[in-house]
Ligand binder design. Structure first.
Ligand SMILES: [Zn+2]
Length: 78
């Protein structure tokens, strides 16, 4: 999506903004991350939205604390 093309509808009317919403609002919506800053990409044709954590320290923390999807034993969920 950061390439400027919507993965859902193929539109190129994709807009990007760094941290467009207040800190508290972002915290409420994703409290486990306690993340203060997101970058957003929005397609204004279909409304599809993606957001990215912009703080490398937060990403580093997730890398250390979360489970890597490719290393999870998938049989746990069957
Ligand atoms: Zn779209």
């Amino acid at each position: 999506m950061k390439s400027g093309k919507c993965p859902k509808c193929g539109s190129e009317n994709v807009y990007f903004k760094e941290n467009p919403f207040p800190i508290e609002e972002a915290r409420i919506r994703l409290s486990p991350l306690n993340t203060s800053s997101f970058d957003y990409c929005v397609c204004v044709d279909c409304g599809y939205m993606e957001y990215y954590i912009s703080n490398p320290k937060k990403l580093n923390k997730i890398e250390k604390q979360w489970e890597k999807v490719s290393e999870i034993d998938q049989s746990r969920y069957i």
